[in-house]
Ligand binder design. Structure first.
Ligand SMILES: *Cc1c(COP(=O)(O)O)cnc(C)c1O
Length: 345
C-alpha cells in the first residue's frame, strides 16, 4: 500500500479547527446565524438558526470533507467514502475542486435526490446493501483494491476539525450563546462544535439531538462502548447509521464533551419541518430540524436563560417527501406511518 493511503488519527484541538477555517475559506461559506422570531417566542429566549443550508452543497458536510481532501498528500489520485448523502456530496465537490476521483458508497435507504446530487458533481456512486455498514465495507474494499483513500463521514480528525468551524463562527458572532443544539448521528459535527465552542467558552452547553429510531451515539454512550443499531427509515435520513464498532474519536469526544443527548420522534420531526417552513420560510431536511423539534416538544426543560442556537444542517430533502410533509399528508417510513397533520393543528 502507498504511504499516502494511510491517514493519521490524532486528537483534534482548537488549533486544528482554526487551521481548518483557513483551509476551507473560499470553498465553504461562512453562513448566517439568523434569528427565528417564532422559535424565540416558543423557547422564551433568543433562538438562532445557523444556516448551513446555504452552503454550496446545501449542507455543512462541505466543511469537513474539504478540510480532509485539501490536506491529502499530493500523490493521492482518488478518494472514497460511505455516506447517507451529504458527506458524499461534500467529498465529490472537494475532489472535483482538486481534480481527483471520488467514489461514494451508499445504502439503498439513501433518497434518490442525494444520489443525483453526487452524480451532478462528478462523483461516482455505488449503491450497496441496506445499511451504512454495508456501504462502509464497500468503501474499505475500494481502498484496498483500487488504491483510493477513505474519508470517514465523521470519525476523522480533519473532518471533525472542519465541522468545528461552525462552533467558531457561532461564538464569534454571538459570544453570549449559552446552548447549542446539534443534530447528532456519527458525531463528527457534535464533537467538532463542542470542542471548538468549549475551548472558547467552557460554560457553553452543547446538546446532541437524534431521532428516537436508531440513535446510535445515544445507545453507544448508554452502553459504555460503540454498539450496532438497527437502521430504519426516518424523516431524518441524514442521521441514520451506526458510529462504527471500531470508532476511534467521536464516541469518546461526544461522551466527554456533550452535556446531554435528546431524542425526538418522527411525529416531532414532521411538525418541526412544518414549523421551519411556515414560520421561517425555510426548506430543510428532517435532520436539520431536530433541535427545533426538541424545544417544540418541551424536551429541553433545563435550558438556562441564555440564547440558544441550533444548526440547520442541510436542505437536500427529497422534494416529494417535503411537499407531503408541509401540505399535511401522511408519510410512510417502513413499518411506521406518520399521520398527516396541518401546521399548527
Ligand atoms: C451528517 C449530517 C448530520 C449529522 O452529522 P454527524 O457528524 O454524523 O453527527 C446532521 N444533519 C445533516 C443534514 C447531515 O448531513
Amino acid at each position: 500500500m502507498q504511504k499516502s493511503i494511510m491517514r493519521q488519527v490524532f486528537e483534534p484541538t482548537l488549533g486544528d479547527v482554526l487551521a481548518a477555517r483557513n483551509a476551507i475559506a473560499g470553498t465553504a461559506a461562512r453562513t448566517p446565524l439568523a434569528p427565528s422570531p417564532h422559535m424565540t417566542r416558543v423557547a422564551g429566549r433568543d433562538f438562532l438558526l445557523k444556516l448551513e443550508i446555504v452552503q454550496p452543497i446545501g449542507a455543512f458536510k462541505i466543511r469537513g470533507a474539504a478540510n480532509a481532501v485539501f490536506n491529502l498528500a499530493p500523490d493521492v489520485g482518488g478518494v472514497t467514502c460511505c455516506s447517507t448523502g451529504n458527506h458524499g456530496r461534500g467529498v465529490a465537490f472537494a475532489a472535483a475542486a482538486r481534480g481527483i476521483r471520488a467514489v461514494v458508497c451508499m445504502s439503498s435507504l439513501v433518497p434518490q435526490a442525494k444520489v443525483d446530487g453526487i452524480r451532478a458533481l462528478g462523483g461516482e456512486v455505488r449503491i450497496i446493501g441496506k445499511s451504512q455498514d454495508d456501504a462502509l465495507a464497500e468503501s474499505r474494499r475500494l481502498c484496498a483494491e483500487e488504491g483510493l483513500v477513505e474519508i470517514s463521514p465523521f470519525d476523522d480528525p480533519l473532518v471533525i476539525a472542519g465541522q468545528g468551524t461552525i462552533g467558531l463562527e457561532i461564538l464569534e458572532e454571538r459570544p453570549d450563546i449559552a446552548t447549542i443544539l446539534v443534530p447528532l448521528s456519527g458525531g463528527g459535527l457534535a464533537a467538532g462544535v463542542a470542542l471548538a465552542a468549549k475551548a472558547i467558552n467552557p460554560a457553553v452547553r452543547v446538546v446532541g439531538v437524534s431521532m428516537d429510531r436508531g440513535a446510535a451515539m445515544k445507545a453507544s454512550i448508554d452502553a459504555g462502548h460503540p454498539v450496532a443499531i438497527e437502521e430504519v427509515a426516518s424523516l431524518a435520513d441524514s442521521l441514520g447509521g451506526g458510529i462504527g464498532l471500531d470508532n476511534r474519536l467521536t464516541f469518546r469526544l461526544c461522551r466527554d464533551l456533550l452535556d446531554g443527548i435528546v431524542l425526538v420522534s418522527e411525529e416531532e420531526i414532521y411538525e418541526a419541518m412544518q414549523t421551519l417552513y411556515y414560520e421561517d420560510r425555510l426548506v430543510a431536511e428532517g435532520a436539520s430540524v431536530v433541535g427545533i423539534a426538541a424545544v417544540q416538544a418541551g424536551k429541553l426543560t433545563d435550558l438556562d436563560d441564555g440564547p440558544v442556537a441550533t444548526i440547520i444542517t442541510g436542505r437536500n430533502v427529497d422534494m416529494s417527501a417535503f411537499t407531503r410533509v408541509v401540505s399535511g399528508g401522511d408519510v410512510v417510513l417502513g413499518d411506521l406511518t406518520v399521520k398527516g397533520k396541518a401546521h399548527g393543528a
